[in-house]
Design a protein around this ligand. Structure first.
Ligand code: DX5
Ligand code: ZN
Length: 225
């Protein structure tokens, strides 16, 4: 699951950044060797918080146009999700992850038709069996290791077992989706989740509340396993 540049990908979650200086914050994580920019989109309905509208994402995309240097990884926590997929694709998303819904198969297919990488996200209380039927069409599975809504929450340890199970299923079925872990990731638990099979570490506070983004990203990427 590794790419040639970095074996473990690190995706800073912009909602933990200083909102008054978004452009500078994105430039800083890009300079600090971030692989993806993780954009948490919240609607105050599906989750009790509000974050970035499509216009903000679109302005950021104009400022950082090359997906080769920083992929925009949009994590939609909105309802109804079908109203927003196109908006965020047009705003510049390279990857779109949606929460597991009854119409999951249709919406993942739609995301792929639009030319984006498609992902499904599982909340801590949702079993991985829920997404077995779509594992052969997804590009990424995002395991939420906190309940969605806020940065800086405590990592839920049962996520490690979920990642292990998912990695096993991926191997058995000979699939190649990426396993992303999102929520409460720190240098203390990064090794655990990587060992369990995670390929991409999303991190908000551990990066944006650190003094030195390069050091923080490098420490997540090379945890002491
Ligand atoms: C939570 C979001 C996460 C969060 C990560 O709903 O999906 O991306 O911002 O932030 P930390 O790493 O601080 O938990
Ligand atoms: Zn997220």
């Amino acid at each position: 699951m590794a790419n040639l540049k970095n074996p473990i990908l690190v995706a800073p979650s912009l909602m933990a950044a200083n909102m008054l200086f978004l452009k500078d914050e994105v430039q800083a994580v890009k300079a600090a060797d971030a692989d993806w920019l993780h954009l948490d989109i919240m609607d105050g309905h599906f989750v009790p918080n509000l974050t970035f509208g499509p216009d903000i994402v679109s302005q950021l995309r104009k400022t950082f146009p090359s997906k080769n240097s920083l992929e925009f990884d949009v994590h939609l926590m909105v309802e109804p999700v079908e109203l927003f997929i196109n908006l965020y694709k047009n705003a510049g998303a390279d990857r779109i992850t949606i929460q597991a819904t009854p119409n999951l198969h249709r919406f993942l297919g739609y995301i792929k038709e639009l030319g984006c990488k498609a992902g499904v996200s599982l909340n801590p209380g949702t079993a991985i069996e829920t997404i077995y039927p779509v594992l052969d069409i997804v590009d990424q599975v995002l395991i939420m290791s906190v309940n969605p809504g806020f940065c800086g929450q405590k990592f839920i340890a049962s996520s490690v077992l979920k990642i292990e199970d998912l990695a096993k299923i991926r191997k058995i079925r000979n699939l190649d989706f990426k396993i992303i872990v999102d929520g409460g990731i720190t240098t203390e638990n990064a090794g655990l989740v990587v060992n369990a099979g995670a390929d991409v570490l999303v991190s908000g506070n551990s990066i944006f509340k650190s003094k030195d983004y390069s050091t923080a990203i490098a420490a997540l990427r090379h945890p002491h396993i």
